[in-house]
Design a binder for this molecule. Structure first.
Ligand code: CP
Ligand code: NVA
Length: 304
């Protein structure tokens, strides 16, 4: 297996179809205890935003691989006092073996990656959440035994998670649909990237109509209506997004065997109802667990 030794993962578009398949295969093998790579390396976590799943799953993944984790607290390192990212990156590069960063601007991730020779992993930016979608695809594969030809419909804000789903689904041969209010559609540049990856193999549909979008879908997916950094806009968005709630009515319009995913944290009563997230079709806890397995495979792969 070629692996991703030394590589950055800033966007799912950084992966080829084969690399994505290899990564998901490795994650499934590791989860089943059939592969047990070891690496005594040090992972740095640099998070400018809150995190439960990503922080803990990256840490546990690294411990299980035999490595160590340094949680770099933003407020106690010199970036918080204005030290340039380019300088911080070149110094961290001399101490660490891999760096996972959660931040606002994709440009800042690119600066880190340009100045640090070690692998830099996007642990969420305003543009993308690639590690989340690795776990999502692993979950879909476990449920349906395949990814090819499965239709995933994301209903809600055309945000970072929607962007990575567009790219990830297109890469693995899934059909992907996004239903979002007119002012909250995914970025055209990402939609075009996904369409270029999908070619004429699979559907990439962006619409404002959730009922049309979910028809015959095997996976329904949603995320918060206001992401981290948009807290001030949360209240004003509620009426705009109300028709995009995943509730029992919307779910009844999907395929009868459809599963429901949510990257979490969820706002019950907003983007998803309590009945749906706690219901028989929800797979959100398996999905959250898969963050660990997918990122363990990713770390093993970039660390060689
Ligand atoms: N889904 C996700 O990334 O969760 P955290 O924000 O808790 O890391
Ligand atoms: N779109 C959300 C995802 C959180 C995991 C955010 O960026 O806050």
């Amino acid at each position: 297996m070629g692996g991703l030794k030394g590589r950055d993962l800033l966007s799912l578009a950084d992966l080829s179809i084969e690399e994505m398949q290899e990564l998901l295969h490795l994650a499934a093998q590791m989860k089943a205890g059939k592969a047990n790579p070891r690496c005594e390396k040090v992972l740095g976590l640099l998070f400018y935003k809150a995190s439960t799943r990503t922080r803990v799953s990256f840490s546990v993944a690294m411990y299980q691989l035999g490595g160590q984790v340094l949680d770099l607290n933003i407020s106690s390192i010199q970036v918080s006092r204005g030290e340039p990212i380019a300088d911080t990156a070149r110094v961290l590069d001399r101490y660490l073996d891999v760096l996972a960063i959660r931040t606002y601007l994709q440009q800042d991730l690119e600066t880190f990656a340009n100045y640090a020779k070690i692998p830099v992993i996007n642990a969420l930016s305003d543009l993308e959440h690639p590690c989340q979608v690795l776990a999502d695809l692993l979950t879909v594969q476990e449920v349906f035994g395949t990814l090819k030809g499965i239709t995933l419909t994301y209903v809600g804000d055309g945000n970072n998670v929607a962007h990575s789903l567009l790219l990830g689904c297109a890469l693995v041969g899934m059909h992907v649909r996004i239903a979002a209010p007119p002012e909250y559609q995914p970025a055209a540049v990402v939609v075009n990237q996904a369409r270029a990856i999908a070619g004429d193999r699979t559907e990439v549909l962006v619409t404002t109509d959730p009922l049309v979008a979910v028809k015959d879908s095997q996976v329904l997916y949603t995320d918060v209506w206001a992401s981290m950094g948009q807290e001030d806009l949360a209240a004003s968005r509620i009426p705009v997004f109300q028709p995009y709630q995943i509730n029992e009515t919307l779910l009844a319009n999907a395929d009868g065997q459809a599963i429901v995913l949510h990257c979490l944290p969820a706002h019950r009563g907003e983007e998803i109802t309590d009945a749906v997230i706690e219901g028989a079709q929800s797979r959100v806890w398996d999905q959250a667990e898969n963050r660990l397995h997918a990122q363990k495979a990713l770390l093993a792969s970039v660390l060689g």
